[in-house]
Write a protein that binds this ligand. Structure first.
Ligand SMILES: Nc1ncnc2c1ncn2[C@@H]1O[C@H](COP(=O)(O)OP(=O)(O)OP(=O)(O)O)[C@@H](O)[C@H]1O
Length: 583
């Protein structure tokens, strides 16, 4: 139960409607006690021959009136109690999503999307069930059981009441025992579902790879196996529920057996009237549901608590990358970057990916990085964006340690074109204006013109309103790259990072983009990672990376003179260009 502390603020804010919900349950349960009493009096009056037509109609009218009150009150308990559970679900889902947005990229490297989706759907559903039907089924039976036992003793005395309720401790035992098994099996259902969602999600995301490797059949088989596991887990839960409910009903039937036998004898002896016997049995009937509900409630609360625990585990994960508490307010950056003897190892890895890197970039300069794949180029940019934490004292912006620059200032001042050009399933305009709502059409077009993609966009039937992704068109690799560039430059950033962002555009377009960029980036800093020498040859400084180290550095001409790796790459690319031209 302590897991529900996460919802403390919610409970406090909504205590009034919780109390109102409880009031309406109380009201319904009190009305529920009237009907059996009326029924008993009716039987006794009928037996005594004291009822005429008006008397019968009066009883019928009273019983009907009680039913009407009960119906109205039930409507209100539903509105308050179920309504609150829905509100709690919304509150928690917002909190959960909010927290996920704050977690570092590294968290998502180690947690499966399917599991997080299961948290956001199944777990939140189980919590809602606990707070809605679970809460109702705790309050309602408590009232019903208490009031009914009092009324039973009042009507027929304690002996018959005690005798009829004798099997109830057994029921409590069964309920607790089954509760544990059900809890365990529910956990298995959750795990199986998480695994299934994970497979589906990954499969759809990688559909092109699956098809190009002709793995449809193999994937279908794997899915079928997971689906069966999911089915088995659910069936195991159904089986235990299937035994549980009849056993509970059997125990209640024993109660009735005692009530009829012993109660019948008391009527014959004249200790109680027939009407009281009817009232008592009707009360006993009222107790069946609360008795069953005890198990149901325990079950539902256990599920809810297990789900809450899983959600709490996520909520209690602190973001690895966060602003220091006593951070000086710094709202702007000039764009001076300095890496000082930086050595970096990814969290959880053993070997460093970057070794003793020292680079100094003055505001307005363009520095380019080239090197073999896996040599640590993107890692350097990840650190500059503080997607990972660099060791203290190794990375400075305008002379301030990066850990002392507020994250919002840092990221708002960087225009980043990632290697994977992820675009959202939204319109092209919305994708470009992703970093803010206030961009005008002119600003969007200026960005796309710079990125040389404006003419492509206006050629689409819906122009800037063209939907991308699952619900729309698929852009070519080069178009995607250029839309990504437009998305970064529209921010007018102090620092622009292009991570292999021109690889899919032809050399002529590349030249155009670079020329335009040079114009707007004069007072800004650019870091360009590329594999093609044509992209970087005009940079103020070019760094050649190999196995996490800078092995050569200088301008294009200086590096050619060195006759090292850069020279080798240059020769290779010249040859490739010549072959392409000949073809
Ligand atoms: N999140 C991570 N956790 C652990 N290791 C990582 C992580 N990201 C990258 N690496 C490793 O760090 C090394 C450098 O990767 P990085 O992406 O920086 O190389 P790169 O030079 O940009 O390569 P490419 O030119 O292919 O993009 C690789 O060996 C890679 O496997």
């Amino acid at each position: 139960m302590k897991e529900f502390i996460t919802l403390k603020e919610f409970f406090i804010a909504h205590k009034k409607s919780f109390l109102l919900g409880i009031f309406w349950v109380f009201f319904v349960d009190v009305i529920g006690l009237i009907t059996p009493k009326l029924l008993g009096l009716f039987v006794d009056d009928l037996r005594a021959g004291e009822l005429d037509r008006t008397g019968i109609l009066t009883y019928a009218g009273l019983i009907f009136g009680a039913a009407i009150f009960s119906v109205i009150a039930r409507y209100f308990w539903r509105i308050y109690i179920m309504g609150n559970s829905r509100k709690a679900e919304v509150y928690l889902r917002d909190k959960f999503y909010d927290h996920l947005q704050k977690l570092s990229p590294n968290y998502f490297n180690h947690h499966k999307t399917g599991d997080l989706m299961a948290n956001a759907t199944n777990d939140l559903g189980a919590i809602r069930q606990a707070l809605g039907p679970g809460f109702l089924s705790a309050v309602d039976p408590t009232f019903v059981l208490t009031f009914t036992v009092i009324m039973m003793v009042y009507t027929v005395g304690w002996q018959l009441t005690l005798a009829a309720l004798a099997p109830m401790p057994l029921l409590a035992l069964i309920v607790t025992m089954f509760g544990r098994i059900i809890h365990k099996r529910f956990g298995e259902v959750q795990a199986a579902f998480g695994s299934l969602t994970d497979r589906v999600q990954e499969n759809f995301a990688g559909v092109r790879v699956v098809k190009s490797f002709v793995q449809e059949e193999a994937e279908i088989k794997k899915f079928t196996a997971e689906n069966k596991e999911n089915f088995k887990a659910n069936l195991n839960l159904i089986k235990v529920n299937g035994i549980y409910n009849p056993i509970v009903q059997l125990v209640t039937a024993v109660s009735f057996l005692i009530a009829i036998a012993y109660g019948g004898i008391l009527v014959v002896r004249g200790t109680i009237t027939l009407g009281e016997f009817v009232t008592f049995n009707t009360y006993l009937g009222l107790m069946t549901w609360p008795m069953m509900a005890i198990g149901w409630v325990i079950n539902m609360w256990q599920r809810g608590a297990a789900s809450m625990k899983r959600i709490n585990e996520v909520l209690r994960t602190l973001p690895e990358i966060n602003d220091d508490q006593d951070l000086a307010a710094k709202e702007d950056l000039e764009g001076n970057i300095e890496f000082k003897n930086l050595t970096f190892t990814y969290p959880g890895s053993e070997l460093p990916v970057l070794k003793d890197i020292s680079i100094s970039v003055k505001a307005g300069q363009t520095v380019a990085i080239i090197g073999r794949t896996g040599s640590g180029k993107s890692t350097l940019m990840n650190l500059l964006l503080r997607l990972y934490n660099p060791p203290e004292g190794t990375l400075f912006l305008d002379g301030v340690d990066i850990t002392q620059v507020p994250l919002s200032t840092l990221r708002e001042n960087i225009g980043y074109v990632p290697q994977e050009n992820f675009l959202f399933s939204k319109t092209i305009r919305d994708n470009i204006a992703f970093s803010g709502d206030g961009y005008s059409q002119e600003q969007v077009e200026a960005a796309t013109s710079l990125a040389q993609v404006h003419s492509n966009i206006v050629d689409f039937e819906h122009g800037y309103d063209t939907m991308l992704g699952e619900r729309g068109v698929t852009l070519s690799g080069g178009q995607k790259q250029r839309v990504s560039i437009a998305r970064a430059v529209i921010k007018n950033p102090k620092i622009l990072i292009l991570d292999d962002s021109l690889s899919a555009v032809d050399t002529h377009t590349e030249e155009e983009i670079l020329l335009q960029m040079k114009r707007i980036m004069q007072a800004r800093t650019s870091l360009i990672i590329a594999h093609r020498i044509s992209t970087i040859k005009d940079a103020d400084e070019i760094l050649v990376f190999d196995e996490g180290q800078i092995i050569e550095r200088g301008t294009h001409d200086q590096l050619l003179e060195l006759k090292g790796l850069y020279h080798e790459l240059h020769q290779k690319q010249l040859l490739e260009d010549q072959i392409a031209a000949n073809n």
